[in-house]
Ligand binder design. Structure first.
Ligand code: SF4
Length: 297
């Protein structure tokens, strides 16, 4: 079985940055708190917890004066204010792409636009963003939600960083027929766009796809959904290497392997080592499906 690795694999820029910042802080101070999960990957969280990271669900659980980090997808404004009041020493690892959505939306509001944010209202990033936006702001799960809100003349449209570009464009097109003015700013992060493109690139060359990433990771779930459009029964999503089953790969000539943005390289390497035991050989696709170069994993 040949194994095709997606060209974008392992941590994205923002997650890598957050994890590096936390590790540096842990080396300096030994114990660091985070409200919520720093990243949506249980194995990486466990590794960091062994080094002294403590995840709590409520800012009140962070002791006064302790060190804490703001996770890569941000916190609500009131949570940060509470931590500041408790004199917690805060290090902000919020991804710059997430901050950009906030800045863009705030500018649009200042310029008199009613802002629509395309995203998942239950996702921490969206909840964090909404806490900073004052004025008329609505969250859209998808274009069907447009039927349930009254659209003003002047609409500003932004997106959660990890949404799908095609769906975002569809909403923009739909809105153009409903409002006099639509100002759309693409705030989907480049890492998300490149990763989806990398998955599409190997889908056509593979017989099955293995997605490695947290079961509660939004971007991983979207990669699984994308793959299922091509391989309804041959898309496998694992969070832990032990979930792999040799039976999945019977009759598979080429297996595509991708990961979510919060899956560390070391986890991908562990999975590859197991796949090699099942007879897998890592190679890169060159568009013709031929073996091009063995990677050093
Ligand atoms: S997925 Fe994008 S926005 Fe989220 S942490 Fe990674 S680079 Fe930043």
């Amino acid at each position: 079985m040949k194994i095709l690795l997606a060209s974008e694999i392992g941590f994205c820029f923002g997650v890598k940055r957050a994890v590096n910042m936390v590790e540096r802080l842990l080396n300096e101070v030994g114990k660091v708190y985070v409200v919520g999960s720093l990243i949506h990957n249980s194995l990486e969280m466990r590794r960091l917890e062994r080094k002294g990271l403590k995840a709590v669900s409520d800012p009140e659980e962070v002791p006064q004066g302790a060190f804490a980090v703001v996770r890569s997808h941000g916190l609500k404004r009131e949570e940060i204010e509470l931590l500041v009041r408790r004199k917690v020493k805060l290090v902000d690892t919020t991804c710059p792409f997430v901050k950009r959505v906030r800045d863009v939306a705030q500018n649009l509001i200042r310029e008199g636009y009613e802002v629509l944010l395309y995203g998942d209202p239950d996702h921490p990033e969206v909840q964090g963003l909404m806490s900073y936006l004052e004025g008329n702001v609505f969250v859209l799960r998808d274009e069907r939600d447009l039927d349930f809100i009254s659209i003003s003349d002047k609409i500003g449209l932004v997106s959660q960083t990890t949404q799908e570009l095609d769906a975002f464009l569809k909403i923009a097109v739909d809105l153009s027929g409903r409002a006099k003015e639509v100002r759309m700013v693409n705030t989907i992060c480049n890492a998300t766009i490149k990763r989806r493109r990398a998955v599409k690139d190997i889908l056509s060359l593979s017989d099955a796809l293995l997605v490695i990433g947290g079961k509660n990771s939004a971007n991983t779930k979207k990669l699984v959904d994308l793959s299922k459009r091509y391989f309804k029964d041959r898309t496998y999503h694992i969070e832990f290497p032990k979930e792999l089953s040799g039976r999945w790969f019977e009759g598979v000539g080429v297996l595509g392997v991708v990961s979510g943005a919060s899956t560390p390289d070391w986890q991908v390497k562990v999975v590859l080592a197991i796949l090699k035991k099942y007879g897998g050989e890592v190679c890169n696709g060159d568009g013709s499906g031929e073996r091009k170069r063995i990677l050093s994993h």
